[in-house]
Design a protein around this ligand. Structure first.
Ligand code: PMP
Length: 417
C-alpha cells in the first residue's frame, strides 16, 4: 500500500493514497468533502473495511472457546493482533497488551485497578492542564474515593507544559503521573520521554501513564524508549474501527493488578466458594470481545505500518506548517495552541464569530471541522474561550483542502462583517 513519489523515496503520494479511503469521494451539500476532523475520528481505508467484512463472511465464531475449526481460526486471527499491537508500539510482549474499547476505558481500568489498590488518602495524582476529559475524570473519581489530591501541571500561552513546573510538582506523595502524548485540543506534542524520566527521578513511587490517543496515528511510538508504565490508545483515530483500542502495561504491574470486570473469559475456574482468575491480559477482558473490530484493528496497524510512520509524520508536519502559515495570515483569526512541537491540530477562534456558527457555514462548503471544547474544557478556560474551531489533519489531507478551508473562513468572516 506504500505509495511513493519519484522525486522523494520517503514522501507519500497523498493523491494516490486518498483512493484507499472510499468516503473521501463523498459530496457534502454538493461540494467535495474536505474532512478535517481526524482528531475526533479518522476515516477508514478499504483494507480495514474489507478486513471487518471478511471476518463475518469467512471466519466468524466466538474466540477462545470452541474446539471447532472456525472458532480456532477466529481465535488465531484475534490473538495475532495482540502481537501486532505489541510490535507497533515496541512493547516487549503480546501478553502485555489488553484489548479494550479505547483510551477512555483504558484510563478507567488503570484508575480502578492499580489506582484503587495503590492510592490512599493524601497521595497525589499529577496530570497536566491540557488533558482530554478521559485523562481527568477517571482520576477525579479515584481521588474522591480515596481522599487523594489531583495536581495539575500548568501550560504556557503557547499550550506547552512548563517542564520545570511539572518537575516541581513531582514528589514523594505522587502515585500516578498521567499525561497525553499529543493534545487533541491544541496539537502540542509532549516530551513523554523526558517527563517520564523526571517522574522516575523525583517520584520513584509513581507509575506513569501516557494517553497515546493522538500519538500513535501521527508518529512512531516506542514505549520502551519512552520508559512509561502504561500507554493506551484508540483504533478509530488510527484508521481502524471504533469501539476498539488497547492498553499496554508492564507485565509485573498488570500481573499485580486485580481484575476489573467479572465474567466469562477472565477466569480459569469458577465455583461458588472460590473463583480463580485468568492470567494477564485475559483477566482484564471479561465477556465476548469485539472480534471483528479487533481483527480490523490489526488491518489498520498493517495499513499505517505499510505507509511508514516516519513518512506519515513527515507529510502531516509539512501540511501542518502550510496550514499554520495560511491561517496565521488571516486577520481576526487567533490560533489557540502554538507550541514549538506540534502535530496535526489547527485550533482557532475568529473575532466576533461563535465557533458553532463558523462550523455550520464551513459545513456548507463541504468542510468538516470540529467546533466546541473538544472534551478539554480546562484548556478552553486556560485560553479564555468557550470553544474553538478545530481543523485536524489525517494522512489523506492536502494543501488544496487547506486552501478550501481558508476560503471558507474568509466567507464566514464576510458574513459576520
Ligand atoms: N485522549 C485524547 C487525547 C483524545 O483525543 C481522545 C479522543 N478524542 C481520548 C483520550 C478518548 O478516546 P476515546 O473516546 O477513543 O476513548
Amino acid at each position: 500500500m506504500k505509495t511513493l513519489t519519484a522525486s522523494s523515496p520517503q514522501a507519500l503520494d497523498i493523491a494516490a493514497l486518498r483512493a484507499d479511503f472510499p468516503i473521501l469521494a463523498t459530496k457534502i451539500h454538493g461540494k467535495p468533502l474536505v474532512y478535517l476532523d481526524s482528531a475526533a475520528s479518522a476515516q477508514k481505508p478499504q483494507v480495514v473495511i474489507d478486513a471487518e467484512r471478511r471476518v463475518y463472511e469467512e471466519l466468524y465464531a466466538n474466540v477462545h472457546r470452541g474446539v471447532h475449526d472456525l472458532s480456532m481460526r477466529a481465535s488465531e486471527a484475534y490473538e495475532g493482533v495482540r502481537g501486532k499491537v505489541a510490535r507497533f508500539i515496541g512493547a516487549p510482549s503480546a501478553k502485555e497488551v489488553v484489548f479494550l474499547r479505547g483510551t477512555t476505558e483504558a484510563v478507567n481500568l488503570v484508575a480502578q485497578t492499580w489506582g484503587r489498590v495503590n492510592v490512599k488518602a493524601g497521595d497525589e495524582i499529577l496530570i497536566t492542564a491540557l488533558e482530554h476529559h478521559a485523562n481527568i475524570v477517571p482520576w477525579q473519581l479515584l481521588c474522591e474515593e480515596k481522599g487523594a489530591k489531583l495536581v495539575v501541571a500548568p501550560i504556557n500561552d503557547a499550550g506547552e507544559v512548563e517542564i520545570d513546573r511539572f518537575a516541581n510538582l513531582l514528589g514523594e506523595r505522587t502515585r500516578i503521573v498521567a499525561f497525553a502524548h499529543v493534545s487533541n485540543a491544541l496539537g502540542t506534542v509532549l516530551d513523554a520521554r523526558r517527563m517520564t524520566a523526571l517522574a522516575r527521578e523525583r517520584a520513584p513511587g509513581a507509575v506513569v501513564l501516557v494517553d497515546g490517543a493522538q500519538g500513535v496515528p501521527h508518529m512512531p511510538v516506542d514505549v520502551k524508549a519512552i520508559g512509561c508504565d502504561f500507554y493506551c490508545f484508540s483504533a478509530h483515530k488510527m484508521y481502524g474501527p471504533s469501539g476498539m483500542g488497547a492498553l499496554w502495561g508492564r507485565k509485573a504491574l498488570l500481573d499485580a493488578m486485580p481484575p476489573w470486570q467479572g465474567g466469562g473469559d477472565m477466569i480459569l475456574s469458577v465455583a461458588f466458594e472460590k473463583t480463580t482468575y485468568n492470567e494477564t491480559p485475559f483477566k482484564f477482558e471479561a465477556g465476548t470481545p469485539n472480534i471483528a473490530g479487533t481483527i480490523a484493528f490489526g488491518a489498520s496497524i498493517d495499513y499505517l505500518c505499510g505507509l511508514g510512520l516516519e513518512a506519515v509524520a513527515a507529510a502531516e508536519h509539512e501540511l501542518l506548517a502550510y496550514g499554520t502559515e495560511a491561517l496565521s495570515s488571516i486577520a481576526g483569526l487567533r490560533l489557540i495552541g502554538t507550541a514549538a512541537h506540534k502535530a496535526s491540530v489547527l485550533s482557532f477562534v475568529l473575532d466576533g464569530v461563535h465557533p458553532h456558527d463558523a462550523g455550520s457555514i464551513l459545513d456548507y462548503e463541504g468542510v468538516a471541522v470540529r467546533t466546541g471544547h473538544h472534551c478539554a474544557q480546562p484548556v478552553m478556560d486556560r485560553f479564555g474561550v468557550p470553544a474553538t474551531i478545530r481543523a485536524s489533519l489525517g494522512v489523506y489531507n492536502t494543501r488544496e483542502e487547506i486552501d478550501v478551508l481558508v476560503r471558507g473562513i474568509r466567507k464566514v468572516q464576510e458574513m459576520f462583517a
